[in-house]
Design a protein around this ligand. Structure first.
Ligand SMILES: *Cc1c(COP(=O)(O)O)cnc(C)c1O
Length: 333
């Protein structure tokens, strides 16, 4: 990948997925003794930054493409559905029978066909691969693809142009498409800028893979930051190397710390965010990312959270996470 790929992606997403607001956080700035800015990717039409990558990848498909397929039930699935509709393409999202109806409805509402296959994500993936192989659908991967990475990297241009003095960018980290794109572009635009990837401390596949020097599998456990779950793919071809070469550090957070991030963004900045989107705020409040000289930009990645669950979390009630209960804690500044 070269910087020109990201510049080209900027043109392809213009007017649809670009220029999300960059706003100050007076509370986090006061609390950390440095200027803190929030990049509100949660304001995207689909509620998350993934529209950038999906739109770029889908815009680059050859003219004869008749449809796209993916098997994400989350923010990538929404992004693919939306971007395909923009281009007038058929979209099929493959899911297992265990996916909650609300997610099925959310994706169908964006105009995609939902195909229910089997009882696991792996079985859904088999059907997606079959559609790609036998029926000529283009498969759009959630992170490990140059066009997806380039789309996410457009965020770095917007940040550095708006505020050339930004010293640190805090990026939620899962498969690493977002972190790879942002870190790659930001370092070319402004050598010396720091880019830090942030994950939950249980099931952080990219962190474990960076440590091991190769893609490793981790056990997926329920987390407030559910959008950060899942592996990086044992055949990872792009994001692991880009994260290894361009990220300055990775930071891991407890569920308690992530909850505090969600609560602070809600009560202080009046934002509704997913757990995954609040990890930047959480990393600053926990002190795991300390002050350095200059402003910090946090990527607030998405808002697609179940509102009933969100209300419980910000109210500080007990939260069930699979087999464990996160004991309630009311917000205190
Ligand atoms: C996908 C996602 C991430 C992580 O992005 P990767 O490219 O997989 O690292 C972070 N936050 C939200 C809300 C997401 O949907």
């Amino acid at each position: 990948m070269i910087l020109a790929d990201i510049l080209a992606a900027r043109g392809r997403i213009a007017g649809v997925a670009d220029r999300m607001p960059l706003v100050p956080s007076p509370f986090l700035s006061e609390r950390t003794g440095r200027e803190v800015l929030l990049k509100l990717e949660s304001m995207q039409a689909t509620g998350a930054f993934k529209l950038r990558g999906a739109l770029n990848a889908i815009s680059r498909l050859p003219a004869e493409t008749h449809g796209v397929v993916c098997c994400s039930t989350g923010n990538h699935g929404r992004a693919v559905a939306y971007a395909a509709r923009q281009r007038g393409l058929r979209a099929i999202v493959c899911m297992s029978a265990l996916v909650p109806q609300a997610k099925v409805d959310g994706i169908s509402a964006l105009g995609a066909e939902v195909r229910i296959v089997g009882r696991s994500q792996d079985e859904a993936q088999v059907e997606a691969s079959r559609l790609a192989r036998d029926e000529g659908f283009a498969e759009i991967p959630p992170f490990d693809h140059p066009d997806v990475i380039a789309g996410q990297g457009t965020i770095a241009f917007e940040l550095v142009e708006a505020r050339p003095d930004i010293a640190t960018i805090l990026v939620p980290l899962s498969g690493g498409g977002l972190a790879a794109g942002i870190a790659f572009a930001a370092k070319l635009l402004k050598p010396g800028i720091r880019v830090i990837g942030i994950s939950m401390d249980r099931g952080a596949a990219m962190h474990a893979s960076l440590q091991a020097g190769r893609p490793v599998e981790v056990e997926e456990v329920p987390s407030l930051a559910d959008s950060l779950g899942g592996g990086i793919g044992l055949a990872n071809a792009h994001t692991l190397a880009l994260c290894r070469d361009n990220l300055d550090a990775t930071v891991l957070l407890t569920e308690d710390e992530i909850r505090l991030g969600m609560q602070a963004l809600y009560f202080e900045d009046r934002l509704v965010t997913e757990g995954a989107a609040a990890v930047g705020a959480a990393a600053l409040l926990s002190g795991k990312v300390g002050p350095d000289d200059g402003p910090a930009a946090l990527i607030v990645t998405g808002r697609n959270v179940d509102m009933a669950a969100f209300a419980e979390i910000v109210a500080g009630r007990d939260v069930r996470l699979g087999d464990i209960t996160l004991k309630g804690r009311a917000y205190a500044a």
